[in-house]
Design a protein around this ligand. Structure first.
Ligand code: CTP
Ligand code: MG
Length: 396
């Protein structure tokens, strides 16, 4: 067994916020960026930095899952980590974290879990920049031109060379930060970050270079930015559209009227097949299922499902749209190519496209038809061949 030296530095990772602006349906730190949560990514950075005590501040009621995430990220450093419960405000959450520091700690960093992609080097650099009197924070230059406003009026400019945008972790001499926190608790003062609270107690703070990757995930657009950064600038697979192809062939020879593209074609030779033989609808269903990775038409509507015998296109298509919605997809568009001598689609193309589109919840459908110059089974008038291509996108 290797005994790690007792660290003199600690980091309090505050993850107890609710994430109101992100609206992710869970406390922000537990929302996934890719297969890993915001918290898990933040902790990967923390545990890649120099060994230090790690106190993770969890949202009340979520201590168990935060503990699991912390253990998974800590690996062999699990003994350095602990989880405490946060408070109503960020300041209260930091206080709860400070209360869990070990006696030997002399430098404490405070870090937002929401800055999930902060590089380990930034954590180490902040720790190195703290001394016994002075706090240290990472900053980025302000790039936008800034204006002073009053209501809708612009009342002046601001010299941005005097300004910098603050990030985390922010590092401080432990005893001075604790005293400053006690004072803030006594006076009820509320500060926007730890450096402001520390400076209000009369202590100096220096700044070092921050990094773009340490941006804070606040809104859904920020989460998307994090996803793109992790994917190296390429949109994550989860947000890319997906394409699918389907084909269907039916022979003429069924009873009654021809049904094709959701339309009845009086006087035309019917097609043979389970259900109404609507090869256009069947190819579209296969293209959609394939795009969403949900198998094919036989899996869901085959002869094992007698309830679909004789069913028309809208039944299949509406059920398919529902399956895609359940799997988290919306349909971008569908394109169909029909090959046969009959029926002639030209006079009813718009009607067919409109009928299919309506059954697909309004997704655009385009339909092209061709004869095969007398070649092959469509050319000999034995049946029809249809190819469909569908594009689906993950629901936003
Ligand atoms: N935080 C905390 N306890 C709170 C509030 C915030 O630990 N009571 C933490 C958040 O988890 C986050 C960091 O402080 O890591 C910065 O806060 P912010 O980005 O505002 O996160 P939320 O408060 O969760 O988001 P929102 O303000 O949109 O609700
Ligand atoms: Mg907040």
């Amino acid at each position: 067994m290797t005994l790690l030296p007792v660290p003199r530095t600690a980091i309090v990772v505050v993850a107890a916020g609710s994430g109101t602006r992100l609206g992710g349906g869970a406390p922000k730190a537990l929302v996934g960026i890719d297969s890993r949560s915001i918290l898990r990514h933040a902790l990967e950075g923390v545990f890649a930095a120099a060994p230090m005590q790690v106190v993770v501040v969890a949202p009340a009621g979520f201590e168990g899952v935060v503990e699991t995430e912390t253990r998974a990220a800590a690996g062999e450093r699990a003994d350095l980590a602990s989880v405490v419960t946060g408070g109503e405000t960020r300041q209260q959450s930091v206080s709860a974290g400070l209360a869990a520091l070990w006696g030997d700690i002399d430098t404490v960093l405070v870090h937002d879990a929401a800055r999930a992609l902060t590089p380990a080097e930034q954590i180490d650099a902040v720790a190195d920049a703290v001394d016994e009197h002075t706090g240290a924070i990472p900053t980025l230059p302000v790039v936008d031109t800034l204006k002073r406003v009053d209501g809708h009026a612009v009342v002046g400019g601001v010299d941005r060379s005097e300004l910098a945008a603050a990030q985390t972790p922010q590092g401080f001499p432990r005893l001075l930060l604790e005293a400053a926190y006690r004072t803030a608790a006594e006076t009820g003062a509320d500060y926007t970050d730890d450096a402001a609270l520390f400076a209000a107690a009369g202590h100096p703070v220096r700044h070092i270079d921050g990094s773009e990757r340490a941006f804070k995930i606040t809104t859904p657009a920020d989460l998307e930015r994090a996803r793109q950064m992790l994917a190296g600038g390429r949109p994550a697979a989860a947000v890319l559209p997906r394409i699918g192809v389907g084909t269907d062939v039916h022979a003429y020879g069924g009873e009654g009227d021809l049904w094709l593209a959701g339309l009845r074609w009086p006087g035309e030779q019917a097609l043979a097949g389970h259900s109404d033989g609507d090869a256009v609808a069947h190819a579209v269903v296969d293209a959609l299922l394939s795009a969403a990775g949900l198998g094919d038409i036989g899996t869901h509507f085959g002869t094992a499902h007698p309830e679909y015998a004789g069913a028309h296109a809208d039944v299949f298509l509406r059920r398919t749209v529902q399956m895609l919605a359940d799997a988290g997809f919306v349909i971008a568009n569908v394109s169909v190519q029909f090959q046969a001598n009959r029926p002639r689609f030209s006079a009813r193309r718009e009607e067919a496209e409109g009928t299919l589109s309506a059954a697909l919840g309004g997704a655009p459908v385009s339909l092209a038809a061709t004869t095969t110059d007398g070649l092959g089974f469509p050319g000999r008038g034995e049946g029809v061949a249809v190819t469909a291509v569908a594009l689906v996108v993950p629901a936003g």
